[in-house]
Write a protein that binds this ligand. Structure first.
Ligand code: GLC
Ligand code: CA
Length: 461
């Protein structure tokens, strides 16, 4: 296998909103990341993947982008971004950007133009269909965030398609003009010196909705090959696709080097093994034997062709130590066990912010304390369908995305040292004992364990 730098890299994922706030508005920012670069360098990671920091109305915390080439003011400016890329670069750390091109925000100028005028060249950037004769939606496809995937638009009297919130209209990847616009934007970022892309829900762009196909559509791999050629191909960048529907066979299509698609993909089989019938709101107790089988299978299947990404958690998932370990008495031991298991497998490991100090899930008293659009939507939907509110709340405690999004716990100080203001999402009350400052003082901490694992990987590359 031909060597690539990302084969022995360790990636650290930052959810900027919750990482470190430098101007007291309760929201983490790019300057906050810059201030913590020395910590990340000390930890030893070589890549930072940033969840989206682009201009956005924040309906889905930035996964709804209204300008791909601007930074959201709450995160900072493009100058800050350039400084981050440069300063990280001087420490040998690359920045991987989140590429969200299955959809845009409804506030993106492309969608605004499409809304105004059926004859706009941007109309066909999105997916429009007529109503059925009775006025109802074209079909019964559902949104991943709950409800119909179709939204009626009264001005031009058609429905548009959205696999996530109605404020995240899907781009029409059957339109070559969409490819060109996206490639141009990607090349703009590549020219700024970034280290690669994490491609958000990329397995959805080959959709053929008139046939009811959304994930793994027939055009998916040709689309990725074309994107590779027009943008990151041959530039030695790390590209990782988020692919919920990937089997090992499919993962090889994406990541076999001779296919010129992506470096690697995130597959989710070790996550969904903790869900009943693919439904995260029906968590089932962890079946360790089943989990082991999944991990083995992926190691074996991608041993010779393709490449695995290794992760326990991210901004959409519960905290690993709470889900796969024990977040009470055995928190430290089980977190080290999970870290060791993951980092000694073949593939590129990803650490999600706070994982290195074994941050845990949170249990806010009321659903109103939750901010995540998916959590709120599904709570309302399921309770309306008759699910007992306490049962639903238990599912939220287990699997809500906000478990991962509580502010980073830096020290035993007000708001965990994350902000001097009021954090956008409450801190986990256990910050008094679980925090970076405390872990730094103790060479037996989970933090030092991660640092050693990262060192080992560098030593034995
Ligand atoms: C991905 C992101 C998630 C987001 C969704 C829609 O799954 O990780 O946070 O809500 O795509 O962009
Ligand atoms: Ca801030």
């Amino acid at each position: 296998m031909q060597y690539a730098w990302w084969h022995d890299a360790v990636v650290y994922q930052i959810y900027p909103r919750s990482f470190y706030d430098t101007n007291d508005d309760g929201i983490g920012d790019l300057n906050g990341i810059i201030e913590k670069l020395d910590y990340l360098h000390w930890l030893g990671v070589n890549v930072l993947w940033l969840s989206p920091v682009y201009q956005s109305p924040m309906d889905d915390n930035g996964y709804d982008i209204s300008d791909y080439c601007a930074i959201a003011p709450e995160f900072g400016t493009m100058e800050d971004m350039t400084r981050l890329i440069d300063k990280a670069g001087s420490l040998g750390i690359k920045i991987v950007m989140d590429l969200v091109v299955n959809h845009t925000s409804d506030e993106h100028p492309w969608f605004q133009a499409a809304l105004q005028d059926k004859n706009s060249p941007y109309r066909d950037f999105y997916i429009w269909r007529d109503a059925k004769p009775d006025g109802s939606a074209p079909d019964d496809q559902g949104s991943i965030f709950g409800g119909s995937a179709w939204q009626w638009e009264p001005n031009t009297e058609q429905y548009y398609f959205h696999l996530f919130s109605k404020r995240q209209p899907d781009l029409n990847w059957e339109n070559p003009a969409v490819h060109d616009a996206v490639y141009k934007m990607m090349n703009w970022w590549i020219d700024k010196g970034i280290g690669g892309f994490r491609l958000d829900v990329i397995d959805l762009i080959g959709k053929e909705i008139d046939k009811g196909i959304t994930g793994n559509g027939p055009r998916l791999h040709p689309l990725l090959q074309a994107m590779n050629q027009a943008t990151f191909g041959g530039k030695d960048l790390l590209t990782v696709g988020e692919t919920w529907g990937a089997t090992p066979e499919i993962a090889k299509l994406y990541s076999a080097p001779d296919r010129d698609e992506l470096s690697m993909v995130f597959q989710f089989e070790h996550i969904t093994v903790t869900w009943k019938d693919g439904d995260k709101w029906q968590p089932v107790p962890l079946d360790v034997a089943a989990l082991k089988q999944v991990l083995f299978k992926w190691q074996q299947e991608l041993a010779d062709t393709g490449w695995n990404s290794l992760f326990w958690n991210n901004h959409d998932l519960p905290r690993a130590v709470s889900k796969f370990g024990h977040d009470g008495e055995y928190r430290t031991r089980s977190a080290k066990m999970l870290a060791t298991t993951l980092h000694l497998m073949k593939g590129t490991p990803y650490i999600y912010q706070g994982e290195e100090i074994a941050m845990t899930n949170v249990a806010f008293p009321s659903i109103d304390d939750y901010q995540d659009i998916e959590t709120r939507n599904f709570y309302d939907l399921r309770v309306a369908e008759g699910v007992d509110p306490d049962t639903m709340m238990e599912a939220v405690y287990q699997n809500s995305r906000d478990n991962a999004r509580t502010p980073m716990q830096w020290e035993n100080a007000p708001q965990a040292g994350f902000t001097q203001g009021t954090p956008w999402l409450p801190v986990n009350p256990n910050y008094t004992t679980i925090n970076v400052a405390r872990a730094t003082e103790n060479s037996g901490s989970v933090l030092y364990h991660y640092r050693e694992l990262i060192k080992l990987r560098k030593q034995y590359q």
